[in-house]
Design a protein around this ligand. Structure first.
Ligand code: ASC
Length: 150
């Protein structure tokens, strides 16, 4: 019993210093699957938005705004899962990513901020005003992939 209590205390301490990120996932594999799932959904919705800006399917203000809002909402989800210690193994994450988590968090924040810009522009319903913020989101995706993905 005493051993169980001290194990719980150790786990709680680990969860505390890891910002709760570890506590969310039972296994590092779950963290990898979680973030890959979110990234897959972001890719699906962002690609559909890109299609709409090229006319296939035709641009629709409501549908575009809904998709952009989904992308923004999804983009709030995966970052903690990237920061789980050891989850660089067996994934596409570059080896040095977790050595500088501040750099990673900064890039994640920049992506979220670009997505907020896209949602704001989407509300105008003006396609010519959406092109630039859409490109900025694509650039923020690419920046992270170049820096952190193998
Ligand atoms: C996508 C997707 C990416 C990004 C990137 C943008 O739809 O899956 O990884 O956009 O291609 O540069």
């Amino acid at each position: 019993m005493k051993r169980m209590v001290s194990l719980a205390a150790i786990l709680a301490a680990i969860a505390l210093v890891s910002g709760g990120a570890l506590a969310q996932f039972a296994r590092t594999d779950d963290a990898i699957k979680y973030r890959q799932s979110v990234m897959f959904l972001i890719g699906q919705h962002f690609t559909r938005l890109g299609g709409m800006l090229k006319g296939s399917p035709a641009y629709d203000k409501g549908a575009f705004l809904k998709g952009a809002t989904l992308v923004q909402t999804l983009a709030a989800m995966p970052w903690d899962a990237f920061l789980v210690p050891g989850s660089d193994k067996g994934s596409q994450m570059k080896d040095d990513t977790l050595k500088d988590t501040a750099r990673f968090k900064e890039a994640a924040k920049a992506a979220e901020s670009a997505m907020a810009g896209l949602v704001a522009a989407s509300g105008t319903g003006d396609v010519s005003a959406i092109q630039e913020p859409f490109g900025a989101v694509g650039k923020s995706c690419k920046n992270c992939h170049t820096a952190f993905r193998k």
